[in-house]
Structure formats: C-alpha cells, structure tokens
Design a protein around this ligand. Structure first.
Ligand code: HEC
Length: 98
C-alpha cells in the first residue's frame, strides 16, 4: 500500500513538472484582437501600432477606430468590419500602452 502511495506521488510530481515545462517553453498565443490588427491594420499603422505612413494608434478606443473608418479615405474598405471585431482590436491596442 505504501508503495502505491509513493508511485502515485511520483506520478503527480512528474505531471506537475512537465506542465510547468510546457507553459515555460511555449509562447503565448496571439489574442483575436492582435490577429485582427495584424491582418487589417498593420500594413498601414505598422508593427505594434507604432505608426508607419499612418499615425501611431496605440491605445485607440473602439470609438476612435469607428470614427477613423468613417472618415479616413484610405480606411474606407474597412467599413464592413463588425463592431465586435473593432472592440477586439481596441482591446489589443490598449495592451500596447506602456
Ligand atoms: C490603407 C491604410 C490603412 C489601413 C489598412 C488602416 N488605416 Fe487607420 N489610418 C490610415 C491613415 C492614412 C490615417 C491618418 C488619416 C489622417 O490623419 O487624416 C489613419 C488614421 C487612423 C486613426 C486615427 C488616428 C489619429 O491619430 O487621428 C485610427 C484610430 C486608425 N486609423 C485605426 C485603424 C485601425 C484599428 C485599423 C485596422 C482595423 C486601420 N486603422 C487600418 C490608414 C490606414
């Protein structure tokens, strides 16, 4: 019986250590907002939204993004972007604020 308990504890320890190893070696997955940003905005607003030929938009809110889509000539093709996706992008942009 004692032996069984020891084996059980050893297995627990191995599982604990290996799960830590997995989380430590895998990069965090990009959030949906980050993926959307990279697909829809990065070409103009640059890496990490720091600006390219379009301005730096770090921390832009969903309202600001919607306003830009409505008014900026170059962003007209984004008119079909749904508000839930805009909200996700805004969430991502908020994470870039230092
Ligand atoms: C085809 C290029 C292009 C794409 C793609 C694009 N933008 Fe823009 N965006 C611009 C330009 C150019 C301006 C600046 C317009 C101006 O200043 O008159 C701008 C302005 C903005 C502004 C206002 C910034 C300010 O300081 O006035 C926001 C917010 C913004 N964009 C968000 C986004 C988001 C979010 C996306 C992706 C969903 C996106 N843009 C995709 C070209 C683009």
């Amino acid at each position: 019986m004692k032996k069984l308990v020891t084996v059980f504890l050893a297995v627990c320890l191995i599982l604990m250590l290996s799960s830590q190893y997995v989380t430590a070696t895998h990069k965090p997955k990009p959030t949906p907002g980050e993926k959307l940003y990279k697909a829809k905005c990065k070409s103009c607003h640059g890496k990490n939204a720091a600006g390219k030929f379009a301005p730096n938009i770090v921390g832009a809110t969903a309202e600001e993004i919607s306003a830009a889509i409505a008014s900026v000539e170059k962003m007209k093709k984004l008119k079909k972007l749904k508000s839930d996706k805009i909200a996700k992008i805004a969430e991502y942009l908020a994470t870039l604020v230092p």
